[in-house]
Design a protein around this ligand. Sequence first.
Ligand SMILES: [Zn+2]
Length: 222
Amino acid sequence: MMPILFGRTTQNLPIWGNSFLHQGPSILILGGVHGDETEGVIACLELQKLLFEKKDPFKLNITIVPAFNQDGVLAGTRHNANGVDLNRNLPTKDWEGTAHQKKYQPGPSPNSESENQALVQWIETHHPHFIFSLHSWKPTLNLNGECDEVAKILMKKTGYESNRDMGYPTPGCLGTYTGHERNIPTITYEIERGSSTQDIVNLHPPALMEALSFLEKNQNES
Ligand SMILES: [Zn+2]
């Protein structure tokens, strides 16, 4: 396990991650894209612990960034320190400058935010094979790109359902940027909002370990 400086926040705080380095395909796991959705931060922290304790068991190049929107996590806000929704600010073809609701502030221009600039650069450099982005809302897995097999494993372990459409517009989101436009399978993993830390720890990191195990076994087929 190697700590990495993934990028810097709007307030110039470091965004730390950990990489579990192997020659295998690169997997990115994000938590805390929305700073008030700490369920995903908790799941990422526990997943790191499991990988560390099991001595990095997968021949995958896994990078985990538990608190991507570090400023928002510290402030307990959905937005970053500029008041921007980072999951509406990515430079997708469907990016829109006006918010459908106040909470979906897309920022002044696509990829205007330092956190997303770091993310875009990381994706361009590492060409990830699969992305998980851990949020919280109604329990569901939003699928973008070829991720049905991995989703099946997560659904079986968690009892969650999956969808290919959140049911409302999400311009500038990660699923569109990587899943639709770059052919990188991306699961936006909505942990049930308000779950206790213990429930999160018991359910989601083990489910993600099974998903990673599947990705390791099937890396040569995709
Ligand atoms: Zn979210």
